[in-house]
Ligand binder design. Structure first.
Ligand code: ATP
Length: 366
C-alpha cells in the first residue's frame, strides 16, 4: 500500500498544553498504526508564554513559516496569567496565526458521551450532538489587543470594532451548510441555526442577510434563527434540538465554553480552526495553570481535536485512511466511557492525563 506522509507542526505551548499534546501524539500514533496508509510526520515548534518569558519572543524564529508550510498544525494551549504584555493582555501568538493563515471557521463539537457528567437533569441531554461554528478572524476579535486595531484608545475611553465582511461570512456560512450536509450523511441532523443579534446591530443584520443568500445554494439543509441571548437560554433548555450553530467570533467564544460545560467540562471541548489553505487543531481550553504539572488534565479535548485533524487531512488529500482513523478515535472514546474504562479526574475519576491516554491507546488496539 502507498503511504502518504502528512507534515504536522506541533506547538505544545504552556501549562497542560504540553501534557495533553503528548497524550494526543500517542493516540494519533496508535490510530495511524491501526489503519495504515498514511504517516504523520511531526515537527516540534517552540512558542507560548513560557517561551516569551525566556526569549522575549512569542514564537521561535521561523516557527510561523514552518507552521504555515505544514499540512496541519497541532497546538496544546498557550498563555500563562503571570506572563503579560505591558497593556495587561496575555501572550497569544495563536491569535496571530489565526489571522495570518485566515482560519475563519472555528469548529467546536459539543457531544454527550455515556457516563460522562451530564449537567442537565433531562434525559435527552444524553443526545446532545451539536457543533458551534465560530467565525475566528473578525467579529469582535478583529480588534483583539494582539492586532492593535482599537480606533480609540485613551485613558478616558477605549473602543473596539466588531467587523463582519461579506467575503469571510459567505465562506463561513457555506462551511456551515456543507458541515451540516456531512453530519446528515452520517445520520445526524441537517440543520444550521444562524445565531446573531440582528435586531440590534447592523453588522449582525448583514451576517443574517448573507446567511439567507447562501442558504439558497443548499436547499436540502434545514435552517433556523436565534438571537444570541435566546441561544444561551436554549443551550440550557434544549441543546439536543440543535445541529450546527453558526455565529460571530465573540459569541462563539462564549457559547462554546457553555457547550463544553454541558457535556462535562473544558476537558471535552475539541476545536478545529480551518481556513481555505490551512488547519489548526487544539483543545478549546487554555493552559489551566491551577492543575499544571500534576498529571490531572483531561486530554480528551486535545485527543478529539487530533481526530478532527485526521478528518481534515483525509478530506483535503481525498484519502480515506485518515478519516477512518479519526472515526476509530471517536469510537474508542465513546466505548471507553460506555464501558467505564475512561474516568478522567476532571469528572471526579481516578485517571490522570497519562492513564486516559494509555486507555484510549489500548481501546484502539484491534
Ligand atoms: P483561556 O483564557 O486561555 O481559555 P482560562 O485560564 O480562562 O484559559 P482554561 O485554562 O481553559 O481557562 O481553564 C479553566 C479551568 O478549567 C482550569 O483552571 C481548570 O481547572 C479547568 N480545565 C481546563 N481544561 C481542563 C482539562 N483539560 N482538564 C481538566 N480541567 C481543565
Amino acid at each position: 500500500m502507498n503511504t502518504r506522509d502528512f507534515q504536522v507542526a506541533v506547538i505544545r505551548g504552556d501549562g497542560i498544553g504540553i501534557d495533553v499534546t503528548e497524550a494526543t501524539l500517542a493516540v494519533l500514533a496508535a490510530a495511524e498504526a491501526r489503519v495504515g496508509g498514511f504517516r504523520l510526520v511531526a515537527e516540534d515548534l517552540d512558542g507560548g508564554a513560557a517561551y516569551y518569558r525566556e526569549t522575549g519572543r512569542d514564537m521561535a524564529p521561523g516557527a510561523e513559516a514552518a507552521a504555515a508550510g505544514a499540512d496541519a498544525i497541532l497546538l496544546g494551549a498557550i498563555g500563562l496569567p503571570e506572563v503579560r504584555h505591558a497593556d495587561g493582555t496575555e501572550i497569544s501568538p495563536h491569535l496571530r496565526l489565526r489571522e495570518d493563515l485566515q482560519l475563519y471557521a472555528g469548529v467546536r463539537p459539543v457531544k454527550a458521551y455515556p457516563n460522562a457528567p451530564q449537567r442537565l437533569a433531562d434525559p435527552r441531554a444524553g443526545e446532545i450532538d451539536l457543533v458551534i461554528l465560530r467565525e475566528s478572524t473578525e467579529g469582535l476579535f478583529y480588534s483583539a489587543a494582539v492586532h492593535d486595531r482599537s480606533p480609540v484608545e485613551t485613558d478616558a475611553e477605549v473602543q473596539d470594532i466588531l467587523r463582519i465582511t461579506r467575503a469571510t461570512t459567505e465562506k463561513l456560512h457555506d462551511f456551515a451548510f456543507r458541515l451540516a450536509g456531512r453530519r446528515r450523511a452520517r445520520g445526524g441532523k441537517g440543520l444550521v441555526t444562524c445565531v446573531d443579534k440582528a435586531n440590534v446591530f447592523r453588522s449582525m443584520a448583514f451576517f443574517r442577510k448573507i446567511f439567507d443568500e447562501r442558504r439558497a445554494g443548499f436547499p436540502d439543509i434545514d435552517v433556523s434563527y436565534n438571537y444570541v441571548d435566546a441561544q444561551a437560554l436554549d443551550l440550557v433548555r434544549q441543546p439536543w434540538a440543535f445541529g450546527v450553530l453558526v455565529m460571530e467570533n465573540m459569541f462563539g467564544d462564549i457559547l462554546s465554553d457553555l457547550g463544553g460545560g454541558l457535556v462535562g467540562g473544558m476537558g471535552m471541548a475539541a476545536c478545529a480552526e480551518i481556513g481555505d489553505a490551512h488547519g489548526l487543531f487544539q483543545p478549546a481550553h487554555g493552559s489551566a495553570p491551577d492543575i499544571t504539572g500534576q498529571d490531572k488534565a483531561n486530554p480528551l479535548a486535545a485527543i478529539l481535536s487530533g481526530a478532527l485533524m485526521l478528518d481534515y487531512l483525509g478530506e483535503r488529500a481525498d484519502l480515506e485512511a485518515p478519516g477512518e482513523a479519526a472515526a476509530l478515535i471517536e469510537q474508542a472514546v465513546h466505548q471507553g466511557f460506555a464501558e467505564n474504562r475512561l474516568r478522567p479526574m476532571e469528572f471526579g475519576g481516578d485517571m490522570g492525563t497519562r492513564a486516559v491516554a494509555r486507555e484510549v491507546v489500548a481501546l484502539l488496539r484491534p
